[in-house]
Design a protein around this ligand. Sequence first.
Ligand code: ATP
Ligand code: MG
Length: 343
Amino acid sequence: MDRVEGGLEKFRIFRKDDFEADWIKVTERSFGQVYRVKVKLWREKCALKSFNTTLTGTSLYRRMIEEASKMEKVTFKYIVSIYGVCNDPPSMVMEYMSNGSLDRLLTSHVLMWPKKFQMIHEVTMGMNFLHSMNPPLLHLNLKPSNILLDDHLHIKISDFGLIKWEEAGNKKEFIENLTARGNIFYIPPETFTLCPEHPGTKFDVYSFSIVMWEILTQKRPYQAGKRSSTTTVLMKVSSGRRPGLENIPDDKPQECEQMVTIMQQCWDQDPRERPDFSDTVRKTEALSDILGIGGCSNGDKTHKPDYTMLSPIFRRKSTCSLANPPDTSNTRDDILNSLSRKD
Ligand code: ATP
Ligand code: MG
């Protein structure tokens, strides 16, 4: 493993033999593969995201690697850590997230409302962190498959900053790059206009609103896969249509109304009307607290143990008190099994 000068810090370049031989393929995609590997020296599992070899050698690929080395310096609880890059195979080496991605969890398990609110708030915290950097780090690829879940089903945002407007050469390529990744739902309407401006933070705010809708409804927007092609979604969104609120389950708590208001502000047709994450994060914090996990809003400032890892098994609690704390020895499988599986 080499350390190479890169600005103020040094970043790591891994070699193939820095990893144990047993690589486990997590996914195979047209853009590349994700493997679970173990770093010999650290004795720790990592994820290795490799890029398709047709990309390697291109300026796009070189910039991706450059960006990855900058991201190594971004460390925050709700952001996936980047450990370095590997030249063979060309890839990024990052924190391994044992519970996969949010898109899979949303289709496989029924989440309870406190957990939904907590996840929304955690995404807001991660995005607020990226946008509060100087200059703001734009994600431009925020979607449930880039929201990963740790051992305790807390979220971390992944694959930020890899898509660049300037890289694409022109707007058409930028949109094509995103749509080829199945991202049409997360692209704000102003991107489809004849002369779109350079995307800013409000691009991500829009993508977040669709992620919020997916967490609240546990459905895919615009009846994906049934009767919506890329062009129909593009036309609907450009004319101001958004995913339907009738898909939010009826058993919602009354606080859901405020969540919906935030979501609607975030998907406003006019990007200037969309709130910054620094504003939204305070609101999602309050709402998440009210539902009783991830904190108590009853004025009791004493430290409480964190039982949020078990939150999926709780229905809404009437008070914040955990008089009989659950046995925290549950394994990750127990936690997942305790969620209701979708048929
Ligand atoms: P994009 O390239 O636009 O980000 P994507 O998110 O659908 O598209 P990948 O980033 O290649 O595709 O990830 C595919 C899947 O691999 C994720 O949905 C997730 O299940 C898994 N994955 C990705 N990164 C990690 C990681 N760090 N730890 C564990 N699993 C991961
Ligand atoms: Mg991804």
